[in-house]
Design a protein around this ligand. Structure first.
Ligand code: GLC
Length: 549
């Protein structure tokens, strides 16, 4: 399981109210205990923090806010010791506007070679006072900002995040050097920010008119000139060759995982062809409504499209950009019940599972007062977009009141934590057998232990009642659970001692009853089960293993 660490909000070791690398290092044992296999750490590079680190001024160093390179090295060493792989965040679509290359571009005259590294154009209209095209920033407003000499530069995100020109060989070479820099330091791979955005329409043509502000995250249908351009794949082939080179040296897998907001599964699958990225988040599940049929359709279509290129699915329900599942699924008790059920189902699916920090605590979206909001999306959209701060509030670790062990007592975390989170804190949940933290720790241990969950097979059960999701998993070889493979079977021993499956059942929105022989290994809430008939209250998931398996 891959665990997203939103570094600013994970744990603060130096009392400035912002999480840092040493804070993360100090809490690695807690992550190992939960059952995490790999971490993805959000950007820690030098940055003016216009987009909280996704505006990178130097891709090959650490911002003092988060520590230094020595802290990163210490973190990598401890993580390796604890058996945790570490992926860092690569932000190749844009740099910070304070990046030396952008500063040089600003200082250069229009047409100067320094401007070629970014996307500078003359404006439209008689005096060039209109932006070069109709593209919009993801954070609201035009995607172009005018500089004093009259030219405009492109930024798909904040004005402080100018887009690189990926047609320029120096941009490619610089990023390849960055990959090697971190691989040489020992990282296990990269999460690639906005991986569907690097290459733009060659002529920067207008998008078709129509609404472009879409908060689902999938924007390529409304903005076909901006996202998912064919030219991007060549870049990933080069990067894959680099990671393969490092893997070949010592056999340790190096992984590239794309943040690819592309809705069409066949288009998405192109990013994970055998010589491109290893993985790409399946955001379709994250955006699916709370409905059994919607989940089933998404799971089938994603799996089918990815199987065609030989890649596993990567399931995720949350990250630092979206409303937390508890709140998305209805909030309050209902939201918690659904989020727990959803996570247990996610962990039973074939493929890679990703958790966002706080998923293991069933944290709700926090209500951050407008005056305390920090997300540029809130400000740039004039408040039309609520911003993502509510998903980024610092983690509660212990104690009865803010800062809940996130930072030193008396220090204000960079985003305010709500007053009622004492019961959600890690320490409180670790001591409560019914907590979400304990549920997920149990699920992750079983996910490792149960061979049925290791293969790639998934069989929907036809006897699932309406509104209920039920599927069987067989072990990695598709063998009957509990039975020895024929070549190793002891003469006289039964060839099959249990049903050929482990079953995951999730009731969605209504109670569900299903006949199912076996034993209950885990459930997201109270269920009725006598070894033959399973009754699930609404919004509950249970894992049923063979009686002898
Ligand atoms: C990705 C990040 C998001 C950031 C954006 C621009 O979507 O996840 O947080 O704002 O890219 O870098």
């Amino acid at each position: 399981m891959l665990y997203e660490v939103y570094l600013r909000s994970f744990a603060d070791s130096d009392g400035d109210g912002v999480g840092d690398l040493t804070g993360l290092r100090q809490h690695l044992p807690a992550l190992a205990e939960l059952g995490v296999d790999a971490l993805w750490i959000t950007p820690f590079y030098p940055s003016p923090m216009a987009d909280h680190g996704y505006d990178v001024a130097d891709h090959r160093d650490v911002d003092p806010l988060f520590g230094g390179l020595a802290d990163l090295d210490a973190l990598l060493a401890d993580a390796a010791e604890a058996g945790l792989a570490v992926l860092v965040d690569l932000v190749p679509n844009h740099s910070s506007s304070v990046h030396p290359a952008f500063q040089a571009a600003l200082a250069a005259p229009p047409g100067g070679p320094e401007r070629e590294l970014y996307i500078f154009r003359d404006g439209r209209g008689p005096d060039g006072s209109e932006p070069p095209n109709n593209w919009m920033s993801v954070f609201g407003g035009p995607a172009w900002t005018r500089v004093p000499d009259g030219q405009w530069y492109l930024h798909l995100f904040d004005t402080g995040q100018p887009d690189w020109n990926w047609d320029h060989p120096a941009v490619r070479a610089d990023h390849e050097a960055t990959l090697r820099f971190w691989l040489d330091r020992g990282v296990d791979g990269f999460r690639i920010d906005v991986s569907h955005g690097l290459v733009k329409d060659g002529e920067l043509r207008d998008n078709p008119p129509g609404p472009v502000l879409d908060d689902s995250g999938f924007r390529e249908e409304g903005e076909p000139r901006v996202w998912d351009q064919d030219g991007v794949h060549e870049i990933y082939r080069t990067w894959r060759a680099i990671t393969d080179e490092y893997t070949a040296r010592d056999g340790r897998p190096r992984v590239l995982i794309g943040e690819t907001w592309v809705r069409d599964p066949a288009r998405l699958a192109r990013y994970v062809r055998p010589d491109e990225l290893h993985l790409t988040f399946s955001f379709s599940l994250l955006t699916a409504p709370w409905s059994a049929s919607a989940w089933r359709t998404v799971i089938d279509t994603e799996r089918m499209a990815l199987a065609a290129v030989g890649a596993p699915a990567t399931w995720v329900l949350a990250n630092h950009d979206v409303v937390r599942p508890v709140t998305r699924y209805g909030g309050g008790e209902v939201g918690v019940r659904r989020a727990r059920a959803a996570l247990l189902t996610l962990l039973a699916l074939p493929g890679v599972a990703v958790l966002y920090q706080g998923d293991e605590l069933a944290l709700p979206q926090a209500d951050v007062p407008p005056a305390a909001r920090q997300d540029p999306a809130f400000a740039r959209s004039g408040g039309t977009l609520p911003g993502r701060d509510g998903a980024r509030v610092p983690l509660p670790w212990s104690g009865d009141a803010p800062p809940y062990g996130f930072t030193a007592d008396g220090v204000d975390p960079w985003l305010p934590q709500p007053p009622g989170w004492a019961g959600l804190a890690v320490l409180a949940q670790a001591g409560d057998p019914m907590s979400t933290w304990r549920l997920l720790r149990g699920a992750l241990a079983l996910r490792r232990a149960l061979p049925h969950l290791h293969g790639d097979e998934l069989h929907w059960r036809d006897d699932a009642p309406a509104g209920c999701l039920a599927f069987d998993r067989t072990d990695a070889d598709g063998r009957t659970a509990g039975a020895a493979p024929p070549e190793r079977a002891t003469p006289g021993a039964p060839t099959s001692v249990g049903p050929a499956r482990m079953t995951c059942v999730m009731s969605v929105g209504q109670e569900a009853t299903i006949n199912l022989a076996g034993r209950l290994v885990l459930a997201s809430g109270p269920v009725g089960y006598d070894g033959a008939t399973l009754t699930l209250p609404p919004d509950t998931t249970a894992w049923i293993a063979p009686r002898d398996g």
